[in-house]
Design a protein around this ligand. Structure first.
Ligand code: AMP
Ligand code: DBH
Length: 563
């Protein structure tokens, strides 16, 4: 077994096998079977390219042989940081065929994050596009290779210009030097990790979530079962494909298991995505609230025939009831189905046949009969039904521990294996959950989670900073953005010269992903303290919320009184 992976206890394994949740097969076997069954149907649409199930499997096999030939072996980690392109899927399935573990990095991650993933997993490979935005990722890959000798293989989407780097497209067009028979010799334990996902992180840098063959297939089957997926259906993949939601919840995995299509979009702009939905007769959307809100407020919405859309899943962040109602008024053929999901496992879906009132006001309930949930107070005692408490969970597809993180695991899990989600919820009489807030110290920026502590640790390295506290500030579009409260070093706040631009430059130089940059800086001489002498982030968050509201009201007032 892979060192640093926390397995389920034996009695739970037996239960999950006995109830049929765990199939005891590798993901490679499960998806090869789906590809064989649906051979000539279209599996993937990307731009003008239409890829059949057979082609998907053949290309993944060819790439798998090349990876094998390069020397990548079972249980080795390959960090995958690719956009929503077909090569992502070829690589995803190729890694599974050789029992290697793809770590699902997100497009904004840079040196700060990737170096940590490489170090912790002793990754042997890193797959990148030539460029992402303004950044040359092959240069980043070369730098990481110089620092981490384990990182022997760099795979490039595009041209490989550095010695020792390989172009994915070239590999896909080249005959491998090893026979297909080698893949039959690969032994894969379905109880081992198949994929590494990333948590939004509540403390420090993102934690690594091991998803096993058994649990990740079940994750998609269970999510698929409550999403009415028919063989002619199509899912629009517009969020980063490496994220658990579009990848597997139900995501690409469930749509491929159903013989349906996945339509890849590399753009989130309404001008790109809406015509694609119309052209491909997309039936399912998986969106974060900020994106849905943008699209339904875009005049283009009326210009395209979106009548094929039946189901809109939103998750990652709370979606206002009003937005659900408005979306359904604009798209009368569609139902909005909110998801409380997490890369750690547990998926709650509102059911399509829940009464409207329940569908509009809750985030649904667990998808597996063996998802156990508890709602507890600060002492870990169950609260009476209907009262607010923290959500704890364990089950057949929820992790028992983050990878190689024993100290964090001691805090994030109970001794009997419940994952403490940090979400504050309450039970609705229907049995569904309502999210009421959260305990964890993070900023939820349009569904992207930012660990306050991770950013604070970097800001503290700035010479003009004595102390810092990062808190969420309300934002009408993204829900929250990050505000950094800083106590300057060696100067009163009123005289200090530190600016947001200084801070931003400093953090970007350290390779922090851009979505984690604070978007407002407040200089103060001291922090409010709680009764126990802790910095009261609650008070700071309330302070900036009041300030933002006052500024907005003043701006509106000024507008209203303008001639
Ligand atoms: P992660 O652990 O990074 O995968 O993020 C999962 C977290 O996102 C959950 O624990 C919640 O805090 C948040 N989240 C996901 N879906 C929703 C939702 N529908 N409403 C509110 N919060 C959500
Ligand atoms: O926020 C999430 O991590 C999330 C949201 C919706 C998720 O992992 C999911 C659905 O599967």
């Amino acid at each position: 077994m892979l060192e640093g992976f926390v397995p389920w206890p034996e009695e739970f394994k037996q239960r999950y096998y006995a109830r049929g949740y765990w199939e005891g097969r590798s993901m490679a076997a499960v998806f090869a079977e789906a590809c064989a069954r649906h051979g000539d149907r279209i599996a993937v649409v990307a731009g003008d390219e239409r890829i059949t199930y057979r082609q998907l499997d053949e290309r993944a096999t060819r790439l798998a042989l090349h990876l094998w030939q390069l020397g990548i072996r079972p249980l080795q980690t390959v960090v995958v940081q690719l956009p929503n392109v077909p090569e992502f899927l070829y690589l995803y399935f190729a890694l599974q065929k050789i029992g290697a573990i793809g770590l699902m990095a997100l497009p904004p991650h840079r040196y700060h994050e990737i170096s940590y993933f490489v170090q912790l997993t002793e990754a042997t490979g890193y797959a990148v596009p030539e460029r992402l935005g303004d950044d040359d990722l092959t240069a980043l890959a070369a730098r990481l290779q110089a620092e981490y000798p384990s990182l022997r293989h760099v795979l490039v989407h595009g041209r490989a210009r550095q010695p020792g780097h390989h172009s994915l497209q070239e590999l896909l067009h080249t005959e491998p030097g090893v026979p297909e028979a080698v893949l039959r010799e690969v032994t894969i334990d379905p109880e081992d990790p198949a994929v590494f996902l990333l948590s939004g992180g509540t403390t420090g840098i993102p934690k690594i979530i091991p998803r096993t063959h058994n649990d990740y297939v079940y994750n998609s089957r269970a999510a698929g079962a409550v999403n009415d997926i028919r063989p002619g259906d199509a899912l629009l993949v517009v969020l980063p494909i490496a994220h658990n939601f579009p990848l597997a919840s139900p995501g690409v995995q469930a749509f491929l298991l159903a013989g349906a299509r996945v339509v890849l979009s590399t753009s989130t702009r309404a001008a790109d995505a809406l015509p694609l939905i119309a052209r491909e007769r997309v039936t399912h959307l998986e969106l974060v609230p900020a994106l849905l809100v943008r699209w339904i407020n875009d005049p283009l919405l009326r210009e395209h025939d979106l009548s094929s859309v039946r189901i809109i899943n939103t998750g990652g962040q709370k979606l206002q009831e009003e937005v659900k109602r408005r979306t359904e008024a604009l798209l009368p053929h569609a139902k909005v189905q909110e998801v409380l999901g997490m890369a750690e496992g547990l998926l709650n879906f509102v059911r399509l046949d829940d009464p409207d009132e329940v569908r509009y006001t809750t985030v649904g309930r667990p998808v597996s009969p063996d998802d156990e949930i508890r709602i507890v107070d600060d002492d870990g005692a169950d609260v009476p039904p209907g009262e607010i408490g923290e959500l704890w969970t364990r089950g057949p597809y929820t992790l028992r521990g983050y990878f190689r993180a024993p100290e964090h695991n001691a805090r994030a899990f109970t001794p009997d294996g419940f994952y403490k989600t940090g979400d504050l919820v309450r039970l609705h009489p229907s049995g569904n959950l309502i999210v009421e807030g959260r305990k964890k110290d993070l900023i939820n920026r349009g569904g992207e989670k930012i660990s306050a502590e991770e950013v604070e640790n970097l800001i503290l390295q700035h010479e003009a900073v004595l102390n810092v506290a990062c808190v969420p500030m309300p934002d009408p579009v993204l829900g929250e953005r990050m505000c950094a409260y800083v106590i300057p070093r060696g100067a009163r706040a009123a005289e200090a010269t530190l600016t947001l631009e200084d801070l931003t430059r400093f953090l970007v130089e350290r390779g922090l992903a851009k979505f984690k940059l604070p978007e407002r800086l407040e200089l103060v001489d001291e922090f409010p303290m709680s009764a126990f002498g802790k910095v009261s982030k609650k008070d700071l968050a309330a302070r900036i919320a009041a300030q933002v509201a006052a500024e907005r009201a003043a701006a509106q007032g000024a507008q209203a009184s303008a001639p």
